[in-house]
Design a protein around this ligand. Structure first.
Ligand code: HXC
Length: 268
């Protein structure tokens, strides 16, 4: 689908996207690139990164891939430095890396719980923390008035409760708290806007194929306000809005992009 945004809305910006090698992260990388940004993607798997970088470059996008695990502070720091060294600055950080599997609370080990908290929550904070010096107003390559922006990919699981997702629900609740608290502290001190996006079920993602392939395509669909699963494109458009000047007065919010699904209950 053609973008409703002008193709230069991110011209001259540099975006670093964790989990940018696949799924929603890749689509955000591709759309940011097609709207003028230079792109760095971070991920654990070299092969996935290499093919994503080739695909981005074939779209005419200036793109680099950096291997790293958001759970490791040294990786976060190295990838942020590599981004600035290769692309000249850091203007937009998107935290899209996430871990997930279906398991009942009874069968989930504390280490399994901790693993997802480490990736989604601690990883998000660590990336923000390591990026701060480049995102803040007056930082290297930045004027004294304008800071960069952060987008954290969240979920709607924790608004209610979802079977076999206690670890992810807890982790995304923490992500939303990180979004609000950084928006407060870093908005006030450094002119950095920090927002989130909570996607609903999105077709063609590891999340959907792993979590609810059959249910979503049949039973649940009948109860969804927009009667369809979303597309990665829908999330990338929300990200473009938040990252561009269109969203310049938006700070500390998490946009729900799920067609209203989290509100729905079975039809009576
Ligand atoms: C139960 C599991 C498990 C499973 C791992 N663990 N997989 N427990 N069921 N299927 C437990 C392990 O037993 C171990 O605990 C602990 O977690 C760490 O496991 P490792 O395999 O050592 O961890 P690691 O190799 O680091 O892998 C972590 C991972 C990650 C979370 C499994 O690789 C992963 O999820 N990758 C897939 C990424 C993905 O699907 N992303 C999309 C996210 S979708 P013990 O106690 O045994 O040591 C999303 C959307 C949410 O976030 C909203 C949807 C609507």
């Amino acid at each position: 689908m053609a973008s409703p945004f002008r193709s230069d809305i991110l011209k001259g910006k540099v975006a670093l996207i964790t989990g940018g090698g696949s799924g929603i992260g890749y689509e955000i990388a591709a759309q940011f690139g097609q709207h003028g940004a230079s792109i760095a993607i971070m991920g654990r798997r070299k092969q996935v990164l290499d093919s994503a970088v080739s695909a981005l470059r074939s779209l005419g996008i200036s793109a680099f891939g950096f291997e790293g695990d958001v759970r490791k502070q040294e990786d976060a720091s190295r990838v942020v430095e590599s981004t600035v060294n290769n692309l000249g600055s850091l203007d937009i950080l998107v935290n899209a890396a996430a871990g997930n599997f279906l398991v009942s609370a009874e069968d989930l080990s504390p280490n399994g719980f901790r693993t997802v908290m480490d990736i989604d929550s601690v990883g998000t904070f660590t990336m923000c923390h390591e990026s701060l010096k480049y995102l803040k107003k007056g930082g290297p390559g930045r004027n004294s008035l304008t800071g960069g922006t952060i987008i954290n990919i969240s979920a709607t699981l924790h608004y209610t409760a979802v079977w076999y997702q206690i670890h992810v629900s807890a982790a995304k609740a923490a992500v939303d708290a990180i979004t609000r608290n950084l928006a407060l502290e870093w908005g006030a001190d450094y002119d950095i806007r920090v927002n989130g996006i909570a996607p609903g079920p999105i077709q063609g993602t590891p999340g959907l194929s792993k979590l609810a392939p059959e249910e979503i395509s049949s039973k649940v669909r009948a109860d969804m306000p927009l009667y369809r699963v979303g597309e990665k494109w829908d999330i990338a458009m929300a990200a473009l809005y938040l990252a561009s000047d269109a969203g310049k007065y938006v700070n500390g919010t998490t946009i729900i992009a799920d067609g209203g699904m989290w509100l729905s209950t079975p039809r009576r």
